[in-house]
Design a binder for this molecule. Structure first.
Ligand SMILES: [Zn+2]
Length: 452
């Protein structure tokens, strides 16, 4: 199956909802824009989907053959096999084993007592072990936990590289007691020291190594994990679950959402991109992400890295936010069947005004630090767009303290790095990816300074 990077224009809201509901196109949610003759969105679609869309009156701009161009990225990667583990000097993406080796090397650095390798308890479907790294010098109460996650979606190759670079920059500067300068922004040695001495930074860079390996070697546009296909389903796309639709937050979306909502989730195991899985948190990859929150209960800030669209997203993703009616919330069954229609009055998700203020403020800190790198201006916005979601990590993380008051409140973000204008935007050519690695590293350092 050939997949094309496209821009699709539809005449109205209903047409844009049909893109997801009827034609099963996976859109880059936050690229929807109002244009003269309707709405336009950046998307990836197959030949058959494009044919059906054009027959139905959509305008489909063809940008590139994502499969063929993705194969070019795979060849470039193989040319870089054996690359150094230092992202600062790398000329190509880290492969799955590089990422694990970089973590192990960091934790084994001599004379260090501030890095700890954490083995996640669940092996993946293909029996891969996953690791996270804790960075923090000291112990005791009062330390703020910050959790950075990447590599959930297989084809979004750059997120593990960003997080390994973040680790390497932070730990090198801490050891040498030096500043980090990225573009116009300098993080002083004192600020770096303060992060490591007073906070615990948990970095889990490669949550879905099976999917990443498959995307890097076989099908570049692969997104899900590699759960075996259900019995009787032989098509290759019936393998896998979308880990970022598998968390326990409104997971069973047909029960909770309006039947007309263009929620970007699917109950079909053969959906190429957004199958939610057989149960909430059914996947070993999801369980590992959750285990970190359960095991380190002082985690109060969370960032999940994805691509693309140059966005910093804060809660919620299931519907528009409101701060006036606490009873109108995701736990209230009175609103089942009403969620997930943009800009209506039937349902909006509750977030306290002071939480929203803090969430937006921190998002803006990251935006400013990203801009200082090379001038790219990321949008800070609520995760909900014309296309809502359920079962995502950021909403799950922020919902934990609401479903169980004993748990910490976790301010949660999704960063969608990279521009839709890049070739193969899920895995841009590495010279562009290097620029993105720098700008997001800058954003994450600012986040670690400001999150208290
Ligand atoms: Zn993603």
């Amino acid at each position: 199956m050939s997949i094309h990077h496209t821009r699709i224009t539809g005449s109205d809201y209903a047409a844009m909802a049909d893109l997801v509901k009827k034609y099963k196109v996976t859109v880059a949610r936050h690229t929807v824009e109002k244009v003269r003759d309707g709405y336009r969105v950046d998307a990836h679609a197959s030949d058959a989907q494009i044919q059906a869309l054009e027959a139905a009156g959509y305008t489909v701009e063809h940008l590139e053959d994502a499969e063929a161009e993705g194969k070019a990225r795979q060849r470039e990667m193989r040319d870089n096999a054996g690359a150094a583990l230092s992202v600062a000097t790398a000329t190509g993406y880290l492969d799955v084993s590089h990422v694990e080796a970089a973590l192990a090397t960091e934790a084994a650095a001599p004379n260090d007592r501030f890095t700890t390798l954490i083995r996640l308890p669940n092996e993946t479907w293909e029996q891969r072990a996953c690791h996270a790294l804790k960075i923090g010098n000291g112990s005791g109460p009062g330390r703020t936990g910050i959790y950075l996650l990447g590599g959930v979606h297989a084809r979004e190759w750059g997120s593990p590289d960003i997080l390994i670079n973040f680790i390497q920059q932070l730990t090198n500067a801490y050891r040498a007691n030096t500043d980090i300068t990225i573009g116009n922004r300098t993080f002083t040695a004192a600020q770096i020291k303060s992060i490591v001495d007073t906070k615990d930074i948990y970095v889990f860079p490669q949550a879905n190594p099976d999917g990443r390996h498959y995307s890097m070697t076989t099908e570049p546009m692969w997104r899900k994990n590699r759960r075996p296909a259900p019995a009787g389903h032989t098509q290759s796309q019936c393998v896998g679950v979308d880990v970022n639709r598998n968390y326990d937050f409104l997971w069973n979306f047909p029960k909770y959402f309006d039947a007309n909502s263009p929620v970007q989730n699917s109950t079909d195991p053969c959906d190429h991109d957004v199958y939610i899985g057989p149960a909430a948190a059914s996947e070993p990859e999801t369980k590992n992400v959750v285990w970190m929150f359960d095991t380190f209960p002082h985690i109060r800030y969370f960032v999940d890295l994805h691509s693309y669209s140059e966005d910093i997203l804060y809660n919620w993703g299931d519907d528009n936010d409101q701060s006036t009616d606490p009873q109108m919330n995701f736990q209230n069954p009175a609103y089942d069947g009403k969620r997930g229609i943009a800009d209506d009055k039937a349902y909006r998700e509750y977030i306290a005004a002071e939480d929203k203020k803090l969430a937006v403020g921190l998002a803006n800190e990251m935006r400013d630090a990203i801009k200082a790198s090379r001038g790219r201006v990321y949008k800070t916005e609520q995760s909900m767009s014309l296309y809502p979601t359920a079962g995502t990590s950021d909403d799950y993380a922020f919902s934990r303290h609401i479903t169980d008051a004993k748990r910490a409140k976790v301010f949660s973000y999704t960063i969608e790095w990279g521009s839709p204008k890049n070739p193969t935007p899920f895995h841009p050519p590495y010279p562009e990816m290097k620029q993105i690695i720098d700008e997001i590293t800058s954003g994450l350092l600012a986040f670690c300074i400001s999150a208290n």
